[in-house]
Design a protein around this ligand. Structure first.
Ligand SMILES: [Zn+2]
Ligand SMILES: [Zn+2]
Length: 139
């Protein structure tokens, strides 16, 4: 089976043309399995990737609800927004200040249903910063 079929289908379903570039972007976001930054995506896509093209496509994919920026106030980290891997924001994110990666810490969750009556949440984001396991062991 065509390994890229699932990405092609997602793009088609949203009436977006399934360009090779978009397929590669979705695939990289999918396989990394955690929110990914623009810079890490650039690294994975290779040296010849045009920064502006990547940024524009990330924006389009966000507008069409295929991916989501889970760090809209910061430098931006992207996750897929469909299927069983859909990402919710009730868990803690850990940003490593060394390798600049963002990790999903599903062990720490917050129950926003417990917010007092009269408070309407527009956005919700739990963030911790520090050094990740890999970076701590390397030092
Ligand atoms: Zn790290
Ligand atoms: Zn997460």
């Amino acid at each position: 089976m065509d390994a890229n079929l699932k990405y092609r289908k997602i793009l088609k379903r949203h009436n977006l043309s399934a360009t090779q570039f978009r397929i590669r972007v979705l695939k990289e976001i999918d396989i990394v399995g955690r929110p990914i930054s623009r810079n890490e995506l650039l690294d994975k896509l290779g040296i010849k990737t045009d920064r502006v093209t990547l940024y524009r496509n990330l924006q389009i994919l966000c507008e069409f609800n295929i991916i989501e920026n889970v760090d809209p106030e910061g430098s931006g980290f992207f996750v897929l927004k469909y299927g069983k891997k859909a990402h919710d924001l009730h868990h803690l994110h850990f940003e490593c200040t060394e390798c600049k990666k963002l990790y999903c810490i599903h062990e720490i969750v917050s129950d926003i249903s417990k917010i007092p009556a009269g408070f309407n949440v527009d956005s919700f984001y739990l963030l911790a910063k520090g050094t990740c396991e890999a970076c701590s062991t390397n030092n």
